[in-house]
Design a protein around this ligand. Structure first.
Ligand code: SF4
Ligand code: SF4
Length: 302
């Protein structure tokens, strides 16, 4: 039985595919986008987050840690990360939710048991199961097995992907996937590498391959002020979509937000987008109009 590291299974989502969805978040991503709202999904390994504002300094975690990795002093508790193996015992013991373990090893059957509980909501809303992350296609065999089970009970399936995996991986999951939500972050490969850690060539190649397969694809763009909101990038994105064919003239913009920022602090990671501007309604509408003027059916995810 295939296993994967899962950070969360979230029910009742309406932003990750059609209808009401249950979203399964996989841990690990081949990109490292500076604006990522799920930093707990970047590394493939389980991790411990420490939300300092919730700590009541009860000292319980000091007693349960088998590796002596929790330190206290001057009224502050902290994790000495070089000693921590993310066993999660401190998180189980903390009564205040200050310690969080990100990442549990789960089998396909365990995830299937969790997602099928929401089946009645999928039926009434034309919804289903979405795999996200991180990059779910790092666990392609797992996704394939899970989606086969979904289809055996007529549950819809959707993959949210950054596109940066082998083309063969896409070919493996296309037959069991109803829709792909495919990110186009930046058209200039060097800028793409600067902000995500990887060039975009493989992503653009995969976009073309899955379109040719005939599967339903919705292209999306995280809209990051100062990174990909220039007219040059808007024109290049529109031109790329046009190369894919007449049926691929839609784009959903996902405006930049800071909702993941607290998790960076909890994981002791640097948040590099602190000064990034949050776009106003009018600014978002202006970008949308620019795409529409270029012949792209553009919408904004709110
Ligand atoms: S158990 Fe929780 S509340 Fe108590 S000291 Fe540790 S982190 Fe703080
Ligand atoms: S996860 Fe385990 S090793 Fe790490 S601080 Fe908590 S109890 Fe200690």
């Amino acid at each position: 039985m295939n296993t994967a590291i899962i950070t969360n299974i979230q029910g009742f989502s309406i932003h990750d595919g059609p209808g009401i969805r249950t979203v399964v978040f996989f841990k690990g991503c081949p990109l490292s986008c500076q604006w990522c709202a799920n930093p707990e999904c970047l590394s493939k390994k389980p991790e411990i987050g420490f939300v300092h504002s919730l700590c009541r300094q009860c000292g319980k975690c000091l007693d349960v840690c088998p590796n002596n990795a929790i330190r206290s002093g001057e009224g502050v508790y902290r994790i000495e990360r070089s000693r921590c193996d993310s066993c999660g015992k401190c998180a189980e013991g903390c009564d205040y939710g200050a310690l969080v373990r990100y990442g549990d090893l789960m089998t396909v059957d365990e995830v299937w048991d969790a997602v099928r509980r929401d089946k009645m909501f999928y039926e009434t809303s034309n919804g289903g199961v979405t795999v996200s992350g991180g990059e779910p296609l790092l666990y392609a065999q797992f996704v394939k097995e899970l989606f086969e089970l979904c289809h055996s009970e007529r549950i819809g399936t959707c993959v949210e992907t950054c596109g940066f995996v082998d083309t063969d991986t896409f070919l493996e999951v296309i037959p069991v996937t109803d829709q792909f939500l495919f990110d186009l972050k930046h058209m200039d490969s060097i800028t793409h590498k600067k902000y995500t850690g990887q060039f975009n060539d493989q992503i653009l190649k995969n976009a073309s391959v899955i379109i040719k397969s005939g599967v339903d694809v919705l292209f999306r763009q995280p809209l990051i002020p100062g990174v990909n909101d220039t007219m040059t990038n808007i024109e290049a994105t529109a031109a790329f979509l046009k190369t894919l064919g007449k049926n691929v003239l839609s784009l959903e913009l996902m405006p930049y937000h800071r909702m993941g920022q607290d998790k960076y602090e909890a994981l002791n990671m640097e948040y590099r987008m602190e000064k990034t501007h949050i776009m106003s309604y009018d600014e978002l509408e202006a970008i949308k109009k620019a795409y529409i003027d270029l012949g792209i059916n553009c919408s904004i995810s709110r």
